[in-house]
Design a protein around this ligand. Structure first.
Ligand code: SF4
Ligand code: SF4
Length: 425
C-alpha cells in the first residue's frame, strides 16, 4: 500500500513503524472473509482492509479523526483473526494499537463514553476494586432491564455471587512436588483472580505436580492489556513496568500466563518498550520468557490422566491468532483422557475481546449467540477455553465452561472444577 507521510511525521517512532506495516498490505482482501465484524455487518469499513485505510488516512491527516472513523475502529475486536489469514504478514495488532492510542490522545469522546472507558480501565485491572464493583452489580441485577445497553451488559455479565480473595494470589513460592525441573513466575492477573480464583489455584497445582516451582512475585499483577486496548497507554505501561521489575533478573525459566489475552501482551512487552532506554532490554528478556501455560505443560510432558468426557475446545483468539497456539491445548486434553472436539467456525471470536462485550454489547451478543449455537452442535459435555474473557462470555448458558488447566489438573489428581461440580457433571 502506498503511503503519504511527511518526513516530519516519520520521525515519530510509532508512525514510522505503522508506515512499514501499511506498506506490507497488498489490498488483497483475503482478511475480510475471516473478520467477525465484516461477517456480521458486511461493510468494508468494518473489515481489516477498511480499517487499515481508516488508520492510514487518520495518521496521514495528522489530526483528530471524524466520529465515523472512530466508530469503525471501535468496532474492531482486536481478535487478530486477520493476522492469521493475511498472506503478506501485515502486523494488524501493532497497527490497530497505534490507531487506538492516536484516538485516545486526540479525539474527544462523548461524556458517557469517556466515563465508561475510564471506569473500566480503572476498575477491571484492580482486583480489590473489581470485587467491590461486582458485589454492587450483583445487588443491582434486578434493575438491568431498565438500563441503557452498556450498563445492562455490565450487570448481565456480573456473577450472582463473588468469591472471596484466594490465598494463592498473594506473593509467595509454591515448591515443586519432588525434583524441581523448572522455576517459573505465574502472572497473577487481575479480573480472572476475582471472577474465577480456581484457575490460578489449578494452574499452581498442575505445575507443581509436574515439577515446577511456581513463584507469585511481589509487585506483579495486571499485565496492562485492558488499558492497552482502551488506548490508555500510560496506565498500561505502568502495569507492565511493575511486572518487568518483579520478574527480570530473578532467574525464572519461564513467565507463565494462564489468560491468553494477558500472555499475548506480555509477549509483546519487548515491542511496547522498544524506545525506552531504561526498559527496552529488560522488557525484551521478559517477553522472551513469556509462555502460555499450555506451552509449559506440553514441554514438561503431562502425567497419565484419568479424564473423561467430550470437551468442546474453544480456541481463544488471543491464543490461536495472537500466539499461534491451537493444537497444544487440544493435544493435552486428549492426553489427559478427554475427547476434545473442534467447534465449527472456530476461527471466529466469541465477542468477549477484553472490554468489547461491555462497550459493544450488541455485536458481542450476536457473536456469543453464534458461538453458542456452534458449541451446541458439537454435543459436548462441557466447554474448555484458555482465556477468562471467553469463559465469562460463554458461561451461563446450557454447558459449563472451564479453563483448560482445570481439566488437566482434575485429570491428574486435582479436584473437580467448581463449574462442573455446580452443574452436576
Ligand atoms: S482484529 Fe478481528 S475484528 Fe479487528 S479487523 Fe482483524 S479480524 Fe476484524
Ligand atoms: S489479507 Fe493482508 S495484505 Fe490482504 S488486504 Fe488484508 S491485511 Fe492487506
Amino acid at each position: 500500500m502506498q503511503t503519504d507521510f511527511t518526513p516530519e511525521q516519520l520521525l515519530d517512532s510509532d508512525t514510522a513503524q505503522t508506515e512499514k506495516i501499511l506498506r506490507a498490505c497488498v489490498h488483497c482482501g483475503f482478511c475480510t472473509a475471516t473478520c467477525p465484524t465484516y461477517v456480521l455487518l458486511g461493510d468494508e469499513l468494518d473489515s481489516p482492509r477498511g480499517r487499515i485505510y481508516l488508520v492510514k488516512n487518520m495518521l496521514e491527516a495528522g489530526a483528530a479523526p471524524p466520529p465515523e472513523t472512530v466508530k469503525h475502529i471501535d468496532r474492531c475486536l482486536s481478535c487478530l483473526g486477520c493476522m492469521t489469514t493475511c498472506p503478506s504478514g501485515v502486523n494488524y495488532m501493532h497497527l490497530i494499537d497505534h490507531g487506538r492510542k492516536w484516538i485516545k490522545e486526540r479525539y474527544r469522546r462523548p461524556l458517557l463514553d469517556r466515563a465508561a472507558r475510564r471506569m473500566l480501565g480503572t476498575v477491571l485491572s484492580r482486583p480489590g476494586l473489581f470485587r467491590l464493583a461486582l458485589r454492587a452489580a450483583a445487588l443491582a441485577k434486578p434493575l438491568a432491564p431498565m438500563l441503557p445497553a452498556r450498563l445492562r451488559a455490565m450487570l448481565e455479565l456480573a456473577p450472582r455471587s463473588v468469591p472471596n480473595p484466594s490465598p494463592v494470589d498473594r506473593a509467595q513460592i509454591f515448591p515443586a512436588d519432588g525434583e524441581r525441573r523448572m522455576r517459573v513466575a505465574l502472572l497473577p492477573g487481575c479480573a480472572q483472580q476475582v471472577l474465577r480464583p480456581e484457575i490460578n489455584a489449578a494452574t499452581i497445582r498442575l505445575l507443581t505436580r509436574h515439577g515446577c516451582e511456581v513463584v507469585v512475585a511481589a509487585g506483579s499483577g495486571c499485565c496492562g492489556s485492558l488499558n492497552h486496548h482502551l488506548g490508555q497507554e500510560d496506565a498500561a505501561l505502568a502495569f507492565a513496568r511493575a511486572n518487568i521489575d518483579a520478574w527480570d533478573g530473578a532467574g525464572f525459566d519461564a513467565i507463565v500466563a494462564n489468560a491468553s489475552g494477558c500472555g499475548t501482551t506480555v509477549k509483546d512487552y519487548g515491542f511496547l518498550f522498544r524506545d525506552d532506554p531504561a526498559y527496552a532490554k529488560k522488557a525484551a528478556r521478559v517477553s522472551a520468557l513469556a509462555r502460555d501455560v499450555s506451552e509449559v505443560v506440553a514441554a514438561l510432558g503431562l502425567k497419565p490422566g484419568h479424564g473423561a468426557g467430550r470437551v468442546a475446545y474453544h480456541s481463544a483468539c488471543s491464543l490461536q491468532h495472537g500466539q499461534k497456539i491451537h493444537r497444544e491445548p487440544k493435544a493435552l486434553l486428549a492426553a489427559a483422557g478427554f475427547d476434545p472436539v473442534e467447534i465449527p467456525e472456530g476461527h471466529l471470536c466469541c465477542g468477549s475481546a477484553g472490554t468489547y462485550n461491555l462497550l459493544q454489547p450488541e455485536l458481542a451478543g450476536r457473536l456469543r449467540a453464534r458461538k453458542l449455537a456452534n458449541i451446541a452442535g458439537t454435543k459436548a459435555d462441557f466447554v474448555a477455553a484458555g482465556n477468562i474473557g471467553c469463559i465469562t462470555q460463554l458461561a451461563g448458558d446450557t454447558l459449563p465452561v472451564v479453563h483448560t488447566v482445570e481439566l488437566l489438573d482434575w485429570a491428574t489428581g486435582g479436584p473437580k472444577p467448581p463449574a462442573l461440580a455446580a452443574a452436576g457433571r
